[in-house]
Design a protein around this ligand. Structure first.
Ligand SMILES: *Cc1c(COP(=O)(O)O)cnc(C)c1O
Length: 217
């Protein structure tokens, strides 16, 4: 599927949800994709990308930034505290703030640098033991803790369990964001971004539907 098709589907979903045109940001998730495919999307004029590993992002985005203006990079994968500084140098947004230790590290670095990327708190809506994210019951407390640290929390992020219908998770995330006064909702991937938009997604993270299947070999 092409970038243009995905953008058209997003626009249609915005209209159907009664949402303003352009209210949903498309993050093209380029992890593991060969540089040629990423470059095709850059040449098509897209500038907002997502990566889930700091190391991999550091290996390609400084190079692309030299060649294309206005690139906005979103880090969407788990972040180790010892990579936080590098992540803040690379990314305009981090979607995976998922524990107090990381929040404290980001806050310390933000003070030191005088700047901080936009932040999203990752919520483990399915309460899956193997998955990162704040438990739903702890979200309000963690948002308050992050605000006390002066962190620029823009919204919440979730990755619903693969085997479950995602609607309930999107609705839960939207409800938690609303009661905490957070406008951003990072939810929806290749298979369910239209549904996420109907539940209020402001940021959809779409990889394989734009770039083709990932090759992890
Ligand atoms: C890889 C990834 C995506 C994109 O997944 P697709 O199914 O390829 O669209 C979205 N969000 C996160 C956190 C990811 O790691």
């Amino acid at each position: 599927m092409s970038l243009e098709e995905i953008k058209a589907r997003i626009a249609k979903a915005e209209v159907e949800a009664g949402r303003p045109k352009g209210s949903v940001k498309l993050i093209a998730v380029s992890k593991t994709q060969p540089n040629e495919r990423v470059e095709d999307v850059l040449m098509a004029g897209h500038r907002i990308f997502g990566e889930n590993r700091v190391q991999e992002a550091a290996g390609k985005w400084p190079m692309f930034r030299e060649r294309y203006d206005g690139i906005e990079l979103h880090l969407i994968g788990p972040l180790q505290t010892n990579k936080a500084r590098q992540a803040m140098d690379l990314a305009q947004a981090i979607h995976s703030v998922d524990r107090p230790k990381l929040a404290e590290t980001l806050a310390r670095l933000a003070q030191e640098r005088g700047a901080c990327p936009d932040l999203f708190i990752q919520v483990n809506t399915g309460e899956e033991p193997q998955k990162a994210g704040i438990a739903p019951a702890d979200v309000d407390g963690f948002v308050a803790e992050c605000r006390k640290l002066d962190l620029p929390i823009k919204g919440l992020m979730c990755i619903p369990p693969v085997e479950e219908e995602p609607s309930m998770h999107f609705a839960l995330l939207a409800k938690m964001a609303a009661r905490n006064g957070l406008a951003g909702l990072s939810m929806g991937m290749s298979s369910d971004f239209e549904k996420a938009i109907s539940f209020g997604a402001t940021h959809v993270r779409v990889g394989s539907a734009i770039f083709g299947a990932r090759d992890y070999a």
